[in-house]
Design a protein around this ligand. Sequence first.
Ligand SMILES: O=C(O)C(=O)CO
Length: 361
Amino acid sequence: MWCSRTALGRLQRIAPCTVTGHHRAMSALPKVYVTRRIPPDGLDILRKSGQVQFELWDSDDPVPRVELLNKVKGCDGILCVLTEKIDAQLLDVAGPNLKVLSTMSVGYDHLSLEELKKSLLIWACIFCRGIRVGYTPEVLTDAVAELTVALLLATSRRLIEATHEAKTGGWGTWRTMWLCGHELANSTVGILGLGRIGVAIAERLKPFKVKKFIYTDVEPRTELANMINAEYVSLDELAKQSDFLAICCALTPETHGICNWNLFSKMKKNAIFINTSRGGVVNQEDLYEALSTGLIAGAGLDVTTPEPLPTHHPLYTLKNCVILPHIASASYTTRNAMSALAANNLLAGLRGEAMPKELKL
Ligand SMILES: O=C(O)C(=O)CO
């Protein structure tokens, strides 16, 4: 149901699905479905715009797929988060009104880009979906880089193990080699996938007296690399030379499972592997083998496959594996900035204007 604000009080009681919108000439306003309770800045922008009537899945948990498919029918715009799979089925159900998809994320591996731009043959007519896509790069770079450094230090200096020992009586006396880790001073830091986030990580690590930054990507990224004085190397060399390896690449068919036995077996025994990109770039069985056999020293993962990683997963049993629940961008400032940018992308797209951050399809 699509309603005016006057009906909002009544409808809010049937949470988590809340209806809201603008009550003047409601039927004329574009219809938008927001697939999650997004941070307040973005919601305020949508509410105050007077430009759309929107319905929101007012919950911290993902909207069930059946509900999602039901709610997107006839929508002009969708604002989603990274847990929603935007595929052919959803786009078919949404129908030809859908003009804009705005995701509150920098990653877009949950969107089927091919389907978004596809032409379809319906009743002998060529119908081009031509859906424009907004996303949220840059606003989360600082938060993700900061968390990556925190995770790297927590893993390399064994902070989680250490607090556990202190709390559970393992702290006997000061011991010469107890809980020793690996330090950044004089190290080589490797970056797999050099973009804004990789540069921001390197800038933060430099004051720790890192000796050398190296990176690999599909091709040299000279301008970005010059900002951090990083050398372009092959994937093999990256594995061989890195004392710390930060994974910063997008998940694509080419990077799916790229961190596998082949990579781990070339890495140094003292190497620390850090992933804050997407779980799908890692072969987790191979990582488990590498960590449990001492092939590499440790891993810090903010992302896994699946998410959430089930509590019985073998990676949790390893002391040298620190697992976080996908929180790299989770600062109040950043999540609000992401929601505001997602809202502004959506509104600009619906007005037929250039979006502040539009994905080139
Ligand atoms: O924006 C993204 O892609 C995320 O993973 C959230 O941090």
